[in-house]
Each structure stands twice: as C-alpha cells, then as structure tokens.
Design a protein around this ligand. Structure first.
Ligand SMILES: Cc1cc2nc3c(=O)[nH]c(=O)nc-3n(C[C@H](O)[C@H](O)[C@H](O)COP(=O)(O)O)c2cc1C
Length: 217
C-alpha cells in the first residue's frame, strides 16, 4: 500500500516562505518514495474552529470516544491525518505564537487523542513542525524557544511519539519593501538572507522530507 503524507500549511499565503518549505518537503518525500501520496492542506481554505471543550472525545463508552463530533471541514480530514504515515504542520509566527488557524487546528487534531495522565490514543509516526518568522535566530532562541517551540513540539511529541522541528528565520515578508511602512527591516539585509540563507532552509526542508520517508525522526 502507498504511504500517505499530509503537509499542513498554517499560513494564509499559498506561495510564500512557509508554502515553499512545504513544497521542498514534498519533493524530498516523492524523490525518496515515488509511490508516496502527498497532500498539502491549506488551513485557510477550510472552515473550522478550535476545540469546543465538549469532552465527547473522552466520554467513557461514548459514541465519539477518541474522535471529534464537530461537523465542519475538519470532520473528514482529521481521521485521515490520524491514520497517515507522517504529518508536517508549518506555520508562520504571528505575535509570538503559531497562527490562530494552526493553533485551533492542533487543538482539534490532538485533544481527541489525549488521555489525561495516560498515553496518546494514536500510533507513533514521524511528524515535523516548521516555523517561519521575521525574527533572527538569536531573538527567536531567546523569546520563542520555551514559549512556543517547546510547547507546540511537546504536544506533537505526546500525540505522535516523535517530532522534528525546523525553524526558518528572517524571512522575506513583503514583495516590495519600498511600498510598506517599516522602521526595522532593511531590504538589503532581508534580500541577502533570501538569496543566501533561504536556499539552505529549503535544502533542510528537502532533507526533512527524506527523513520522514526513512522514518528516522
Ligand atoms: C499578523 C502578523 C504577525 C506577525 N508576528 C510576528 C512575530 O511575532 N514574530 C516574528 O518573528 N514574525 C512575525 N510575523 C512575520 C511572519 O512570521 C513572517 O513573515 C513569516 O515568514 C510569514 O510566513 P509566510 O510568508 O509563509 O506567510 C508576523 C506577520 C504577521 C502577518
């Protein structure tokens, strides 16, 4: 049977840094396993909300135990992700966290399989988080490491048994920096990072795709 991989884009932009990194991961996967089935999911195309705290997923002997009863665009998608062979979630950092859509999505993805004080209901599989941001590595390490990366990675690791995270710093945010008000970012510095560093990030993403297939995460 063909292996299935889901790559989830938590950015509203479909052609920007986050999406390009997912495309590289997809390429790494399909170059390693030509029969792999890879699906990229744009969260901003879907209509859904976060967990509503109904606890049907935890109700002993309940009809919805271990699943989510909410009927929206995640209803048919979540079981496919739970049953997939590997999963990647990518998100820009917005105000020091993953995007609201990515956060709500992770609540719906993980909470039904979370057992208070016990093991996750899911079988282990390779997973990865990709974070893109304006911040450079130094600022990101200082501000976001504990507050976001460790907590989101920790949730994924609890649910799926493994997680690798790729952080991509100092991304090129505007198509044309001269058009938008901004007093911190220097277009030349940003361009240098885009031309010299971002290709290396894409290469890391490609290798991450290879690792997902090889199951070495
Ligand atoms: C609403 C909003 C909030 C943002 N907040 C942060 C932030 O707190 N820290 C940061 O480093 N970058 C922040 N950014 C920049 C994005 O994380 C960065 O441009 C990212 O690479 C965007 O990914 P995309 O181009 O794939 O959409 C913010 C961008 C937006 C639109």
């Amino acid at each position: 049977m063909n292996m299935t991989y889901y790559l989830v884009n938590g950015s509203p932009r479909k052609k920007s840094s986050t999406a390009k990194l997912l495309d590289s991961i997809a390429e790494g996967i399909t170059d390693t396993d030509e029969n792999a089935e890879v699906e990229i999911i744009d969260l901003y195309d879907l209509d859904y909300k976060g967990c509503k705290s109904c606890f049907h997923c935890k109700r002993i002997d309940g009809k919805f135990y271990g699943t989510c009863p909410i009927k929206d665009d995640l209803n048919e998608l979540l079981p496919k992700l739970w049953d997939s062979d590997a999963l990647v979630i990518a998100s820009p950092i917005y105000f020091g966290n993953i995007t609201g859509e990515a956060r709500s999505f992770i609540e719906r993805l993980v909470f039904p399989k979370l057992v208070y004080g016990g093991k996750s209901l899911l079988d282990s599989k390779p997973t990865a988080m990709v974070y893109t941001m304006n911040a450079n590595k130094e600022i990101s390490d200082e501000i976001y490491s504990k507050s976001i990366f460790e907590s989101v990675d920790g949730v994924m690791k609890y649910a799926f048994g493994s997680v690798e995270s790729l952080k991509v710093y100092d991304t090129y945010q505007f198509n044309d920096y001269s058009l938008y008000e901004n007093y911190i970012f220097d277009e030349k510095d940003k361009r240098r990072v885009l031309e010299e560093e971002f290709p290396k990030d894409l290469e890391k993403a490609y290798k991450l795709g290879v690792k997902l297939v090889e199951g070495v995460i």
